[in-house]
Design a binder for this molecule. Structure first.
Ligand SMILES: Cc1cc2nc3c(=O)[nH]c(=O)nc-3n(C[C@H](O)[C@H](O)[C@H](O)COP(=O)(O)OP(=O)(O)OC[C@H]3O[C@@H](n4cnc5c(N)ncnc54)[C@H](O)[C@@H]3O)c2cc1C
Length: 632
């Protein structure tokens, strides 16, 4: 269902000065223009009177809440004010901005206007330099940056938090709100399956010698597992050590050039030991959360806590973080892009930034600076340039990232001698839509099949394993298959939107839905029959799946065509567990701290689903506290 927003800008139009340039070529009237935004059609009405645009009204749109708002709110006003569509896209809302400008262009054309005249470039004028000092300066208002600012602000410090986008959130606002933390108290309410027991028992066979720094952790885990299995307990086992070992096995990878990359033991230990505390902190500052646990795609174990998020995006998470940050007196400066660090006698003492109108911003910190600018999976060129993992990655790859994820912070830090780790390791999320590469548009699946209607992998596998297998299927596309159970959890709005956009197909029988999706129906029926038998037996002799959904048996059935897209960058600046940025000589750069996706080393070659938000919150908080504690 489309949202109706931002009507009537007529009053504004009446305030237009008489000196406004108008092009008398347009005919009086109201015209409707439509263009594709990020999530679907953006429909705009434009009214012309006496050769001027007097109003621009967004009639309907289904853009991502929070991300698109600045464009939806400001562009209609700016078009009327400037009598031009020659405006820059709102930073962070490029798709929506382009759609609005295109839709208005269509209206101008319908009204008989000369598009060239109406597209004159509007150049904003820079204001006077802004120079400010705060105890702590934080760059990037995503999950990590807002957590850092929140902690420093809560200690009574003055904090300035800048972001180049027109709204806070970064990739964090787009995320599924999945957060991994071993939580044995809650997991005691979860049953364990026979297949999960077998998976646990397999750790007893592993050799500490193969686990490097993680060897002693494996030894502790083995003791825990042996004791648990002996007890005959019927609840789901978990521990910090299991989370650590799975983070190790799930992310140890070999690059195309033969380099083996493993996660940093200290950082994984810090993440896994502090993740639950970070989760409770989020709850304490008002982030809405669910009580049940899930298993995020590629999370490997049922320890994923969930922020209560609408079908797309984690606005409730970033809204709560932003509100808390503001309540602690933090000053947020949006549309402010960090360009370089101010370094005095080898100490980072501030940041040089620029407003989107070109105004220079000079920020000094009394204590430390926190770098939290996120990753670079929105910069496909950079992913391809550094790629050391995907054999056939090209610039035609799609991304589900915010356009703000360009790797700015990594380049800024490198310019002052920061070391980087693992830049060649980029994660592709298997479950993006085949249509446009977006995440979170499906409805969840019980099995994955190919066009031929056959399963081809254990759906429990890590993300890179799933992505590689998916790319090897016909057309590089696979199909998630679910039933009424999935549909029920998503709500009518999302189902209708997803079906209308062609992200999913729904049918009363498997045959019907398979035909709609272009999957071999006969083979699919046979595949589902076999899978349902595996659910009964809790054993998958074909692909070794160890965690099962319920059977696929209740109509209506749903199929989502999916294909991997660039999703997360594991590489970035090197930090230690105090979140100090490390230089190429192995020493901390005084005054500079970093957290979140801008950092490398923690997720090595493949991040577990649900580990990134936990990392951003856990290490963002550490960075905020340590940047404030830093004394020159
Ligand atoms: C669609 C999607 C779904 C995901 N779902 C999950 C999930 O459910 N669970 C999970 O664990 N992980 C998930 N991830 C990954 C996770 O969301 C990110 O790794 C994490 O949110 C990154 O947080 P961050 O604070 O480091 O960066 P971000 O949230 O990206 O924030 C960085 C901020 O820095 C700003 N910035 C960048 N450059 C500059 C500059 N030069 N000057 C000023 N500001 C700048 C950006 O505008 C941005 O606001 C998902 C990712 C995507 C794309």
């Amino acid at each position: 269902m489309k949202k109706k927003l931002f009507s009537i800008l007529l009053v504004l139009a009446m305030c237009l000065s008489l000196t406004t340039v108008a092009f008398a070529d347009v005919s009086y009237g109201t015209y409707t223009g439509t263009a594709m935004g990020r999530n679907g059609e953006v429909v705009v009405e434009t009214s012309f009177l006496n050769g001027e645009i007097v109003s621009v009204t967004i009639v309907s749109q289904s853009e991502t809440a929070g991300v698109a708002d600045p464009a939806l709110e400001t562009l209609p006003i700016e078009i009327v004010e400037n009598q031009s569509i020659g405006l820059d896209a709102v930073t962070g809302a490029t798709f929506t901005s382009t759609a609005i400008l295109e839709a208005v262009a269509s209206c101008i054309k319908q009204a008989g206007g000369d598009l060239e005249e109406w597209s004159k470039k509007i150049v904003k004028e820079a204001g006077e330099d802004i120079e400010l000092t705060a105890d702590v300066v934080v760059i990037g208002a995503g999950g990590a940056g807002m957590s850092a600012a929140a902690v420093a602000g809560a200690s009574g410090a003055s904090v300035i938090l800048i972001d180049k986008a027109a709204a806070v959130g970064g990739n964090t606002i787009l995320c599924g709100g999945s957060y991994n933390a071993a939580d044995p108290e809650v997991q005691k309410n979860e049953p364990i399956s026979e297949a999960q027991r077998k998976e646990l028992a397999s750790y007893l066979e592993m050799d500490e010698a193969d686990f490097g720094d993680f060897g002693p952790t494996l030894a502790i885990l083995k003791e825990q597992v042996a004791e648990y299995l002996d007890s005959g307990a019927d609840y789901l086992f978990d521990s910090i050590e299991l989370h650590m070992i799975q983070s190790y096995t799930g992310s140890k990878r070999t690059g195309l050039d033969g380099t083996v990359i493993v996660p940093d033991f200290e950082l994984i230990s810090s993440l896994c030991h502090n993740a639950l505390d970070g989760w409770h902190w989020l709850q304490s500052i008002g982030v809405p959360t669910r009580e049940d646990l899930t298993t995020a795609v590629g999370a490997l174990w049922k320890r994923t806590h969930q922020v209560e998020v609408p079908p797309t995006g984690a606005k409730p998470l970033t809204d709560a973080l932003r509100d808390y940050v503001l309540s602690q007196g933090v000053e947020i400066m949006l549309n402010t892009k960090a360009k370089e660090f101010i370094v005095e006698d080898g100490v980072v003492t501030g940041v040089l930034a620029e407003k989107n109108d070109g105004t220079k911003v000079i920020l000094h910190s009394n204590h430390g600076v926190v770098l939290a600018t996120g990753g670079y999976a929105g910069n496909v060129q950079m992913c391809v340039e550094y790629n050391n993992y995907w054999p056939d990655l090209t610039t035609s790859a799609r991304t589900d990232n915010s356009s703000n994820a360009q790797g700015d912070g990594i380049k800024m830090a490198e310019a002052i001698g920061a070391n980087t780790i693992g830049l060649g390791f980029v994660q592709m999320l298997p479950t993006c839509t085949a249509l446009d590469g977006q995440a979170g548009k499906g409805v969840g699946s019980k099995i994955y099949v190919n066009k031929e209607g056959l399963r081809y992998i254990s759906e429990n596998s890590e993300r890179d394993v799933l992505s590689k297998a998916a790319l090897a299927q016909t057309d590089g596309v696979f199909y998630g298959v679910g039933d009424a159970e999935m549909i029920a959890t998503q709500g009518e709005t999302k189902i209708n939107e997803s079906e209308a956009m062609g992200y999913i197909f729904i049918g009363d029988t498997l045959e019907e839905v398979a035909e709609k999706a272009g999957v071999d129906a006969e083979a699919l029926i046979e595949t589902v029959k076999k899978y349902n038998e595996y659910v009964d037996a809790q054993e998958d002799p074909e692909f070794g799946r160890y965690a099962f959904s319920n059977k696929i048996e209740t109509a209506p059935f749903v199929i989502a065509p999916m294909s991997p897209a660039l999703h997360h960058t594991m590489g970035g600046v090197q930090i230690n567990t105090d979140t100090q940025v490390i230089d190429t000589n192995g020493n901390p750069i005084p005054g500079l701290y970093a957290a979140g996706e801008v950092c490398g080393g923690i997720h090595a070659g493949n991040r577990l689903g649900g580990n990134a938000v936990a990392d951003a919150i856990v290490h963002g908080r550490v960075a905020g506290a340590n940047a404030l504690a830093f004394e020159r």
